[in-house]
Design a protein around this ligand. Structure first.
Ligand code: SAH
Length: 214
């Protein structure tokens, strides 16, 4: 499947929708205008790729809504060469946005099928993460920590302590917290022991699951 002028046009319309919804970060909007989201979805959904909606990607998971991706990425305030941990690789679309921002990206996925698919797919598009990991995001990645930013792309019933512990001072954790719907929450590490917490709107995510063997 190809990336055609028609797709580029649809992406520009999507970017305008995101602007209208309040996304301001020019670099985030630029990344979304470049990345061929339709290639991250099953072919039957191509016509929907540039609607501002989440869609199924197999293994009962979804590719996040573009607005959600943009909102979370904006909160993360990624700078070039930042070391970023993503939890929930899924289709790899959010991963590609982070790579487009020149971050050094580590991403963890617990569904083997998605991990394998995305690991072979992303490099073909030219979006190369530093490392994709099959494992349990609740543990973070202690061997690579500390991170400038951590982004959780599944709905968390609570904030896992290891993720807070793996932030640099000044680092940011963006995590949707809640059961049925989730409040987008930002933690900024102020010192070894202090975290500033900010809460934003409610979103709806697939669950951040604890048991890897399930
Ligand atoms: N960022 C993805 C969103 C995928 S949905 C995208 O843009 O497509 C959330 C993903 O989190 C799913 O793929 C799900 O399998 C994964 N996930 C859920 N619990 C997890 C855990 N404990 N560790 C790692 N990934 C997890």
């Amino acid at each position: 499947m190809k990336d055609l002028l028609k797709h580029k046009g649809l992406r520009n319309q999507l970017v305008q929708i995101l602007r209208d919804k309040g996304i301001k970060d020019v670099l985030v909007l630029e990344a979304i205008s470049k990345i061929p989201r339709h290639l991250f979805m099953d072919s039957s959904f191509v016509d929907f790729a540039y609607k501002d909606k989440a869609f199924p990607i197999g293994a009962e998971q979804t590719i996040s809504q573009p607005y959600t991706v943009a909102f979370q990425t904006e909160l993360l305030q990624v700078k070039a060469n930042d070391k970023i941990l993503e939890i929930g690789t899924g289709s790899g679309y959010q991963t590609a946005v982070l790579v487009a921002l020149n971050a050094i990206v580590y991403s963890i996925e617990r569904q083997k099928e998605l991990y394998i698919k995305t690991k072979s797919f992303l490099p073909k598009l030219g979006y190369v993460a530093k490392k994709l990991i099959f494992g349990d995001g609740y543990l973070g990645l202690p061997e690579i920590a500390p991170f400038d930013g951590i982004i959780v792309t599944a709905g968390a019933p609570f904030v896992p302590k290891p993720l807070l512990a793996q932030l640099k001072i000044g680092g940011r954790l963006v995590i949707p917290v809640g059961d049925k719907t989730q409040v987008m929450t930002l933690f900024i590490r102020k010192s070894e022991k202090e975290f500033e917490k900010q809460e934003f709107d409610a979103f709806s995510f697939v669950p951040f699951l604890k048991d890897v063997s399930k």
